[in-house]
Design a binder for this molecule. Sequence first.
Ligand SMILES: [Mg+2]
Length: 426
Amino acid sequence: MDWLQTSARLMIVSDLDHTMVDHHDSENLSLLRFNALWESNYRHDSLLVFSTGRSPTLYKELRKEKPMLTPDITIMSVGTEITYGNSMVPDEGWVEVLNQKWDAKIVKEESSKFHELELQPDTEQRPHKVSFKVDKDKAHVVTKSLLERFEKHGLDVKIIYSGGMDLDILPQGAGKGQALAYLLKKFKTEGKLPNNTLVCGDSGNDAELFSIPDVYGVMVSNAQEELLQWHAENAKNNPKIIHATERCAAGIIQAIGHFSLGPNTSPRDVMDFLHFKLENVNPGHEVVKFYLFYERWRRAEVENSEPYLASLKAACDPSGVFVHPSGIELSLFEIIDSLRSYYGDERGKRFRVWVDQVLPVQISPDTWLVKFKKWESSGGELKCCTSTAILSSKDATTVSDGLTWVHLHQTWFKELASKDHSTWPV
Ligand SMILES: [Mg+2]
């Protein structure tokens, strides 16, 4: 997030399971709708923060299972770990805050005396989080007596019960809400407090997020009783918090619209790109739109018609070049012509294409260098290319929001290098 020199226009802080990610949506449509909205309208000047109870191990597993974007900041293990960027660099200042009046060894020793508590797997035990499973009817009594024991040791801890089964013991200063408060304070000190912050959640450990002053909040339609009850008791009259009528990521999109935080029409909800216009020239939108068309073309969800291909050509520089990951160079026109033979080849299949981290840099008054990752999922197989495109507004046409593709260069993403070069990988 070093690229963001000023205040974020919007910071979204979202829980993952059953909030950003809908485990009942096997097609991941609401997540893909959010992704397209974020990359086309927000990525370049806003911040995406994932705040999850998952440990780094389980978080990485989820990222392999679902078409999730890369967040700018990741808050994991119920607010006990804050990391930045792709390489997930930990926030050392946050570690120091959490070390106060905390001793994981004593916490483990004392809690091992309660047979009602079932220790969660090793990957879920973190430096500032000790986690168990416990039956709903026993959680309250166990929590009370654990707190008494820890107090005798001079520890200051908090216990969060979530999802009707997970019991997490954390330092008093930890939790999703405290981690967000810490981040906001840090941004304020740097003079980069986001213009608007929207928190999104569905369960008990998200309640803290909604307690942070001045943030907007959305409880997704499928929010659990424990969160709704917390809201009824603590924040019923706060007009900045809504209970969405839409599930998961669709509820987040709904909240963006409800609070007028910015554009809220996902490009995935627009079928007729030929007549869809934006108010401003936007390289991010151009990239999202192109790959959405590519997906629909191969799924045969758009008409197999020459005007579509002609409009694509009109949005390309006649001397534009595409460099395939194998190193082969083709003209952009040749690539568009080759699309004809791919029409409908993924019809009826689970074929999806999405782009992540679309970051445009303006390199001259009319030219943008746009870097992004292009993901393609087909029949359970994932492919990813890191891509660099040059887009120019020199040959403005009515079909491309005024932008022309001049150059596109792709390389296989290192973690998913593939020998299969037979697929047309634009
Ligand atoms: Mg959740």
